[in-house]
Write a protein that binds this ligand. Structure first.
Ligand code: FAD
Ligand code: SF4
Length: 502
């Protein structure tokens, strides 16, 4: 029986982050483990609501009140089971999810701070590793059916694990040299150290999943070859087509790059360095893309921009500006605009923001300024207003508001335009829709029979929790398509959207 008064006795508390000067001198995770006492105290704040709205916030349908109570009572083994019943990789979501479950927690309705659901989750996930090192759970008998998964991000990995545990032979094709998708070379180590990904790859391998890295489907092997070798195919290629700003004067200058180029280069040198000090980050053609000693300007206000900020500080930037087109959001939920339990538009400050840098809101770049040699030396910005007219975004500069910000390195973190146009699409006979994503029928099949889609490739750039949920649901559909015995869990259908007021 949960403690109905726990939230009255304890305030919301998170573990202290590692001190800024210490953490920006290495690439280790920002948060240390919380410790059992703090986590059990915080789990006690959960009321185990009769109608737990946290469930509606989470696309995985995580059994949040159940495992909160199991942690409260110190029943860690049962908590580990309960969490893994709905989430293949809670150590990823526990570290990285923006936690729509917390925005939907009933405590938020009465002006209280929500339960630290995400912190409880990560502690349970790490307890699972400490207890049995993520014991593999191979299928008891093979089905004789075979599935190809293209892409090894969280969607592909979740689907692969579900299908392998159901007895299917699963091969994951990944064009990169290592498994993990954005978890591997997109998201920096200070948010997710890569041993967490390696541990899951080892578990999936022990469960029978075969990994083929350095293989781009559509180029190194054709879609026809993949179809001939497998009974079904899941496309989980992500939404990695970075939005650009080709019309802005000076875009072609040296030193102006896509944010992902910066993040991937930085993650690669960290991976190569092991525990040693990483070398300077370079692009595949050898062009330096390191922030050391540079004035950095990051354009964009989301996750990717915050990750560039954290990387720039660790690389030793001379200074960083982060520019956002939109005005500064309020610090508290505006109940009229985003009523509980929806995801509120509020100022989100990531740990990277307390490490330095300056955020500038309601501005747009007018020009990348040349130093006379073809290298960027500044960005010229103007203050702007933004309004939506007939669904279109109208950006209006304020006359006389233009100024320059020094810049040796400019990173474009202005979003993604869906999945990349690549040979695989035409070879499988699937097309991108107006948002650059690939549509799925209600059973997760694309226009091509036996070819399924999940994750960002279907949803557009989204979140890890949605990628895992879609991977699990697509696996359930593939299992049914292959005539598998029983049903696998399907937490979402292709039309499911996040909680919204409108
Ligand atoms: C910088 C950054 C930071 C982020 N931070 C967070 C965060 O903190 N929290 C959060 O919840 N979400 C975050 N996200 C979003 C999250 O990472 C994605 O929503 C999630 O990774 C999508 O998973 P996915 O499996 O669909 O695709 P991805 O992770 O993008 O993986 C797709 C994989 O497919 C491979 N691939 C593509 N085409 C082929 C082919 N033809 N053959 C073989 N392989 C192919 C790619 O190489 C890639 O490895 C972030 C995203 C970015 C860019
Ligand atoms: S909504 Fe909040 S208090 Fe209620 S069950 Fe979920 S986590 Fe616990």
């Amino acid at each position: 029986m949960p403690d109905p008064n726990g939230f009255l006795r304890y305030d919301r508390r998170l573990p202290a982050r590692r001190p800024v000067p210490v953490r920006i001198s290495d690439w280790r995770e920002v948060y240390p483990p919380a410790g059992e006492e703090l986590v059990r105290e915080q789990a006690t704040r959960c009321m185990d609501c009769g109608i737990p709205f946290c469930h509606d916030g989470c696309p995985l349908g995580n059994r949040i009140p159940d495992w909160n109570d199991l942690v409260r009572t110190g029943n860690w083994d049962a908590a580990v089971e309960s969490l893994h019943a709905t989430n293949n990789f809670p150590e990823f979501t526990g570290r990285l999810c923006p936690a729509p479950c917390e925005a939907a927690c009933v405590l938020g309705l009465g002006g209280q701070q929500p339960v630290t659901i995400k912190q409880v989750e990560v502690e349970i996930a790490d307890a699972a590793v400490a207890r049995d090192g993520l014991r593999p759970r191979p299928a008891s008998a093979p089905t004789g059916r075979s599935v190809a998964v293209v892409g090894s991000g969280p969607a592909g990995l979740a689907a692969a694990q579900q299908l392998a545990r159901a007895g299917h032979t699963v091969t994951v094709y990944e064009r990169d040299d290592a498994i993990g998708g954005l978890l591997r070379y997109g998201i920096p180590d200070f948010k997710l150290e890569k041993q967490h990904v390696d541990r899951r790859v080892a578990q999936l391998t022990a469960e029978g999943v075969r990994f083929r890295t350095g293989v781009e489907v559509g180029v190194d092997v054709t879609a026809a070859q993949v179809r001939a070798e497998h009974d079904a195919v899941l496309l989980a290629c992500g939404a990695l087509q970075g939005r650009d700003t080709p019309g802005t004067p000076g875009r072609a200058l040296r030193g102006v790059h896509q944010a992902m180029a910066h993040l991937v280069a930085a993650n690669r040198v960290v991976a190569a360095a092991g525990d040693g000090r990483p070398a300077l980050a370079v692009l595949p053609d050898g062009t330096p893309i390191d922030a050391a000693g540079k004035h950095v300007v990051i354009i964009g206000g989301g996750d990717t921009a915050a990750d560039c900020l954290g990387v720039a500080h660790r690389q030793g930037a001379a200074g960083v500006h982060q520019l956002d087109l939109y005005p500064q959001p309020p610090t508290e939920r505006d109940g009229a605009r985003d009523p509980w339990p929806t995801w509120p538009w509020v100022l989100r400050s990531y740990p990277a923001h307390e490490e330095g840098g300056q955020r500038v809101f309601a501005v747009a770049v007018q020009e990348f300024v040349d130093d006379g040699t073809g290298q960027v030396r500044a960005v010229r910005i103007a203050e702007v207003t933004v309004e939506k007219v007939d669904g279109r975004r109208i950006v209006t500069p304020l006359p006389g508001s233009e100024r320059e910000i020094p810049a040796d390195l400019v990173l474009l973190a202005i979003g993604f335009e869906g999945t990349e146009e690549q040979p695989l699409l035409a070879q499988f006979g699937v097309t991108r829709n107006g948002r650059g994503a690939v549509d799925a029928r209600p059973d997760w099949q694309t226009d091509a029979d036996g070819v399924f889609v999940a994750g960002d490739m279907h949803r557009g750039a989204s979140l890890i929790v949605w990628a895992i949920a879609e991977g699990r649901a697509a696996a359930a559909a593939i299992h049914a398509y292959l005539g598998g015995v029983g049903e696998l869990p399907a937490p979402v259908d292709p039309a499911r959207q996040p909680l919204a007021a409108r």
